[in-house]
Design a protein around this ligand. Structure first.
Ligand SMILES: [Zn+2]
Length: 143
């Protein structure tokens, strides 16, 4: 009259029931590791920009290039008369010129040589002005 010992202790299952069917999984059995998309599609050599899909070109059709007012005349639009002009450059004595002069004096070039920077355009500031209305558009300061 004694029940046979259960095959697994702690579980009063009916003897003879071979095994529990596996519980239904909440997640459908998907194989981990989906076919991972390789970075950089195959078949595209080096430059994916030629496909034109993610190319963000911020080039503006207008002539608004980044203008750098330096020593050479710059083609720009005058903010005063709104004319497309090439700026007229004028070299003016600036603080950089005086510093060069001072340095030359310190190192001993004080027999007139310290005035060389005042004759060298490379030591002067550059003033860009509009040839139309003579308005000073920009000034290139070397300091
Ligand atoms: Zn102007």
């Amino acid at each position: 009259m004694s029940a046979p010992p259960p095959p697994y202790p702690g579980k009063g299952q009916e003897a003879g029931y071979p095994a529990q069917p596996p519980p239904p999984q909440a997640y459908p059995a998907q194989p981990y590791g989906q076919p991972a998309q390789p970075y950089g599609q195959p078949g595209q050599p080096g430059y994916p920009q030629q496909q034109g899909q993610t190319t963000v070109v911020v080039a503006q059709p207008a002539v608004t290039v980044v203008q750098q007012f330096r020593e050479s005349p710059v083609h720009t639009r005058c903010p005063h008369c709104q004319a497309e002009v090439v700026t007229a450059t004028q070299f003016e004595t600036g603080s950089f010129t005086w510093i060069i002069c001072l340095v030359l004096c310190i190192v001993g070039c004080d027999l007139g040589c310290c005035f060389i920077p005042f004759c060298v355009d490379g030591c002067k500031d550059v003033t860009h002005s509009c040839p139309n209305c003579k308005t000073v558009i920009s000034r290139y300061n070397r300091m």
